[in-house]
Design a protein around this ligand. Structure first.
Ligand code: ZN
Length: 455
């Protein structure tokens, strides 16, 4: 915890604590502010609890309740530590949040869209370009990097930051999604781990929570994800329940394993669309005190309305003072909807995958550049976009590049699509900060859906 003066603590509590902890000190009124300041004083925990008991008995003339004093002290101290740690919540508007995730390689303003560099590269885009597009964090994947080129080789060459020449924050996924989403490669799963065929050479391989943590420690990412069990949409409730149970057991095993210097570790909540299992998963994982929490097991093929409903529930069950990460959403409307439900971070291959199909994300919807109507179109991909594709090249030229399978076409579309999502999320952040998120959201959604999207 940072050292603060009594005045600073009082101010910190007044501006954030009261709101975020919702009246936890109400029973100590009218001494609540003094109690909060006291709890921030860095005195030993036992002395703080004893002082709470003294105030309760001698100043407020209440019956002694040592258990309650200890519980309140614990909640407030945990909040102080966490709010000084991995995340600062800067503003809220409805359920939407603007904040900053603090990592060993720099701050990540949230909401944050994380471009995906599965194999250590955001396809066709170099790190300087990513930086210029406004990306503050990129995602790597423990599954793919483990098999090619291997975490030991990457560690030998200075870790993933040095290896990829990206010196900003990196989040690594554990591989759980790959193992469980590539169903035809899954061989068996048990309480200890999971056995599957590698997509690279078909050999039987085994992942355990310990191995996933070890790979990410070697890679040296800033945020490591727990190995979890991501059940696909439509599995039986028994399977979903098993996924929740093992995900918790595996998170318990991973929590205290060795980490790279300054590495944060996020747990992943599961439970599909089942409210009871979602609740159980969060209630089991939150007390373990991870640095952040992901909402996993959604966006895996279910309908959108129930998915957003499950997102709202899942986010509401997570602690306000920790970052929340929705795994695998990247279409403009979806991004706006999860931000509206209190999500801070998300990732998706959509911008670069869409580019590979010759399509651009724009405020007119998704444009397929192969369409003949762009043959003589001298306008930019998206009016007003400051990206390298829109400032220099026409739709007609990019269409030509796409049709001729020129690499430049793929690159320009990737740069534009990434910039579109990064700018969209930055605009959401500004709207949250000025308290106008709902108006912005309604306007953005109506612009995005004004014309039917081309598929
Ligand atoms: Zn552009």
């Amino acid at each position: 915890m940072k050292s603060r003066s009594a005045t600073e603590w009082r101010e910190f509590w007044r501006t954030r604590g009261e709101r975020e902890l919702g009246g936890v000190l109400a029973e100590y009124e009218p001494c609540a502010t003094r109690v909060a300041t006291l709890l921030g004083s860095r005195a030993p925990r036992e002395a703080l609890v004893a002082e709470l008991a003294r105030i309760r008995e001698h100043e407020l003339h209440l019956a002694p309740s040592p258990a309650r004093d200890a519980e309140v002290a614990e909640r407030v101290l945990t909040w102080f530590e966490a709010s000084e740690g991995s995340f600062t919540l800067a503003a809220t508007d409805g359920l939407a949040r603007a904040g900053v995730v603090h990592t060993a390689h720099g701050d990540v303003p949230t909401p944050a869209f994380m471009p995906v560099g599965t194999k250590g590269s955001v396809k066709s885009v170099d790190p300087d370009e990513l930086r210029a597009l406004g990306a503050s964090i990129v995602l790597g994947n423990a599954y793919h990097l483990h098999f090619r080129p291997g975490e030991e080789l990457i560690a030998e060459l200075g870790g993933l930051h040095a290896f990829t020449a990206w010196d900003g924050p990196i989040l690594t996924d554990s591989g759980g999604f790959q193992v469980f989403s590539l169903r035809d490669t899954l061989l068996s799963a048990d309480d200890d781990g999971v056995t599957f065929r590698s997509v690279y050479d078909g050999r039987a391989e085994r992942f355990t929570p310990e191995l996933a943590a070890r790979i990410q420690e070697q890679l040296g990412s800033d945020i490591a994800m727990c190995l979890d069990i991501c059940a696909p949409a439509g599995v039986t409730r028994d399977d979903l329940e098993l996924a929740v149970r093992r995900t918790t057991q595996w998170a318990e095993r991973q929590r205290d394993l060795p980490r790279a210097p300054g590495q944060l570790r996020f747990a992943i909540t599961q439970g599909g669309l089942d409210p009871e299992l979602r609740t159980r998963s969060s209630e089991e994982l939150v007390p373990l005190g991870f640095d952040g929490y992901a909402i996993g097991g959604l966006s895996v093929g279910e309908e959108r309305a129930p998915m957003f409903e499950a997102t709202a529930l899942a986010a509401s069950l997570l602690p306000a003072e920790k970052p929340r990460y929705f795994m695998g959403i990247g279409d403009p409307e979806g991004v706006i909807e999860v931000i509206a439900r209190g999500v801070d971070m998300f990732d998706c291959v959509l911008p670069t995958r869409t580019a590979r199909t010759g399509s651009a994300l724009t405020w007119e919807g998704r444009l397929n550049l192969r369409n003949a109507r762009f043959a003589r179109d001298a306008g930019p991909l998206d009016e007003g976009c400051p990206c390298p594709a829109c400032t220099r090249f026409t739709r007609a030229y990019i269409r030509h590049l796409v049709n001729q399978q020129e690499i430049l076409g793929l690159r320009l579309l990737s740069l534009h699509n990434l910039r579109f999502l990064i700018d969209l999320v930055a605009a959401a952040r500004r709207a949250i900060e000025r308290g106008g998120f709902e108006t912005w959201r309604a306007d953005a959604l109506s612009r995005l859906t004004r014309q039917p999207l081309e598929r």
